[in-house]
Design a protein around this ligand. Structure first.
Ligand code: CP
Length: 314
């Protein structure tokens, strides 16, 4: 859900965002791709401060919000659980209210708990951006994935994206599902039955179709792009730390042999971090002829520039 008023703009999820609003945001992000690639800066947000509140680990999202802020002339401050007064028992909400009192212009929030960015957005006056909340959504990741496909294809409507992996625990899958189907792309969700709940068929509304398949090779026969996802054992809630399902790579990994059977135009994606040799072979992840994984990362800076501009300029 986004909330745009004259007072502020939040990006809390892609669920319910109309196609026109998604397209406008992607257009704006597209306009920042050259700046992201060429390391160009502007003073559009000079003097403004972005607070990165990352209560869960991140490399790409946190750093690219910082790079995006810097490219627009804003500065970014980082706060995590370790090294902040959260470790002394201060709550997430109190933390956000203290940062608001310091006058930050936007908050970028990641949390292992679904709903934390929404809780903060209800309490503060500045724009709040969800940088990934539990299993719920990761809207800037969904946008950068869709931007990457749109730049390759021109239009994503009618295309088919296979998303394979730990769908049940993936906020990336949820945000992509909402955004892709709203814009008319079809999504095939693939993985072991325990990791691809049938309820996912119900969480989307849009012209694009959603289907579930437990046979990756069959699903790949329909793919224009395949997005591989990590098994997120940290969200499986087991006492023993969790484990990768037996035989996972053979059945659901994008192996060299499997990739070799795909038509050359099929794109390979991954949001990162990548477990090479598990959900995708290193040679496939690094294949310059079809892997767009690093393009996703660069486009992420452009998307975050567009989102920060909206969150702070409003
Ligand atoms: N894709 C993604 O969210 O990566 P990080 O966890 O490193 O931010």
């Amino acid at each position: 859900m986004t909330q745009a008023t004259t007072a502020r703009y939040n990006l809390l999820g892609l669920d319910g965002v109309p196609a026109g609003e998604l397209a406008a945001l992607l257009d704006e992000a597209d306009g920042f791709v050259a700046a992201a690639r060429n390391r160009e800066t502007s003073d559009l947000l000079a003097g403004r401060v972005v607070a990165n509140l990352f209560f869960e680990a991140s490399t790409r999202t946190r750093c690219s919000f910082t790079v995006a802020a810097n490219r627009l002339g804003a500065s970014a401050i980082d706060l995590s659980g370790l090294g902040s007064s959260l470790s002394k028992g201060e709550t997430v909400l109190a933390t956000a209210l203290n940062l608001e009192a310091m006058g930050v212009d936007a908050m970028v929030v990641r949390s292992a708990r679904s709903g934390t960015p929404h809780l903060i957005a209800d309490a503060v006056a500045c724009g709040v951006i969800n940088a990934g909340d539990g299993r719920h959504e990761h809207p800037s990741q969904g946008l950068l994935d869709i931007l990457t496909l749109r730049r390759r294809w021109g239009d994503i409507a009618g295309r088919t994206v296979v998303i394979v992996g730990d769908i049940a625990n993936s906020r990336v899958a949820r945000s992509n599902l909402h955004g892709l189907t709203t814009l008319g792309a079809n999504v095939v969700l693939v993985g072991p039955p325990a990791l691809v709940p049938a309820s996912f068929m119900k969480i989307t509304a849009g012209p694009g179709r959603v289907s579930i398949d437990h046979d990756l090779d069959e699903a790949l026969s329909r793919a224009d792009a395949v997005m591989t996802l990590r098994i997120q054992i940290e969200r499986h809630g087991t006492d023993d730390g969790g484990s990768i399902p037996p035989d996972y790579r053979r059945r659901y990994g994008l192996t060299v042999d499997r990739a070799a059977s795909l038509p050359p135009e099929v794109l390979v994606m991954h949001p990162g971090p990548v477990n090479r040799g598990v959900e995708i072979d290193a040679e496939v992840a690094d294949d310059p002829s079809r892997s767009v994984i690093m393009e996703q990362v660069t486009n992420g800076v452009a998307v975050r520039m567009a989102v920060l501009k909206r969150a702070i300029s409003h």
